[in-house]
Design a protein around this ligand. Structure first.
Ligand code: GZL
Length: 328
């Protein structure tokens, strides 16, 4: 056989071996050197908070150099489940989702588990007795948020020397973690204090438009004189209620106490103007921590199961001059 042919064959053999080694060395797991891909099922775009939360995930993925497959479910659980199934088919490295409600996730999360894909639950939580269905949760302590709202009301009633206050509540999405726990925390904080009577809770679904509808209903039912305190589970609904109150000649923050949750810029501006009395902070900026956990998982490290961000509250009793722009 000619010398040159032998050399060509030897080079071809070496190339084949090199290619086979390269293929064998590229693990199917998330530790592969190619960019990690995160499948993210976002529940919607219902509030400034939600939009800020999505932006936080997009920015963090870009900073880490991860691919982000983002699906917006527009408030529909069935679309979230379909998105998670598509992430499984695509074999993303990690699935992240914010469950619109707490139940109905066991089947699809079992499919993700069987596919060997870690799931990080962000923001809202699921109800399950099988903690193996998810790798980690990161989100607010919603019960603490509700308690902060109730504690402000007690402080405000003390400052006013109020003998009795009628309270109405505009709640978030039924059967969601923030709705359930913001309500529970608030009720726990004011429990046993005879100065407060919660006369009605109405569902505003975290939407500004439904916050307006709820406020109209409450004003028609109880009149401006019949309502002393409004506890609203998010700023969007609060801002909707503000518009209705002011159209009815009611001075929010003065004729009626307003307590809100989230900390959107527009609501903080209203707090500074004295139109809202207290805002309990709920940070949407969870993307950085999520991507840190994605990176850790990709390197085979374990991550804490429960992760809560630091949060505070702002009220008429605080000096807000140093408060930085909210960014959402
Ligand atoms: C809370 C989040 C809530 C916000 C609302 O973490 O789930 O959903 O408070 C949003 O603004 O709609």
């Amino acid at each position: 056989m000619k010398h040159s042919v032998r050399i060509a064959l030897a080079l071809l053999l070496a190339l084949c071996c090199a290619l086979m080694t390269a293929c064998a060395a590229k693990p199917a797991s998330p530790t592969s050197q190619s960019a990690l891909v995160v499948g993210f099922s976002q529940l919607g775009a219902e509030s400034g908070w939600r939009i800020g939360n999505t932006a936080s995930m997009e920015q963090a993925a870009q900073e880490w150099g991860f691919g982000l497959m983002l699906d917006n479910a527009n408030q529909r659980q069935d679309k979230q489940i379909a998105a998670i199934r598509s992430f499984i088919s695509y074999q993303v490295d990690v699935i992240v989702f914010s469950p619109i409600v707490e139940t109905g996730w066991n089947n699809v999360l079992t499919e993700a588990k069987n596919a060997g894909i870690p799931v990080i639950i962000m923001d809202r939580m699921i109800e399950t007795d099988d903690d193996d269905l998810y790798t980690a949760y990161i989100g607010a302590d919603f019960l603490a948020e509700g308690k902060k709202a109730g504690e402000f009301l007690i402080k405000k009633a003390d400052a006013m020397g109020a003998e009795h206050l009628n309270v109405v509540e505009i709640t978030g999405t039924e059967a969601s973690t923030p709705m359930r726990e913001r309500q529970a925390g608030f009720m726990q904080a004011i429990e046993g204090d005879d100065r407060f009577t919660v006369i009605e809770s109405v569902n505003g679904d975290f939407l500004r438009s439904k916050g307006e509808e709820c406020m109209r209903h409450l004003l028609e039912t109880y009149g401006p004189e019949g309502i002393d305190v409004i506890y609203s589970h998010n700023d969007e609904m609060t801002l909707g209620a503000l518009d209705v109150l002011e159209s009815a000649g009611v001075k929010p923050g003065k004729d009626v106490i307003l307590i809100s949750v989230d900390g959107q810029q527009e609501a903080v501006d209203a707090l500074r103007e004295g139109r809202i009395n207290c805002i309990v902070e709920c940070t949407p900026d969870l993307g950085g921590k999520v991507m840190e956990m994605v990176d850790a998982l990709s390197r085979g490290e374990t991550v804490p199961k429960q992760n809560h961000p630091e949060e505070t509250s702002f009220s008429e009793f605080d000096d807000l001059s140093g408060l930085a722009p909210r960014g959402y």
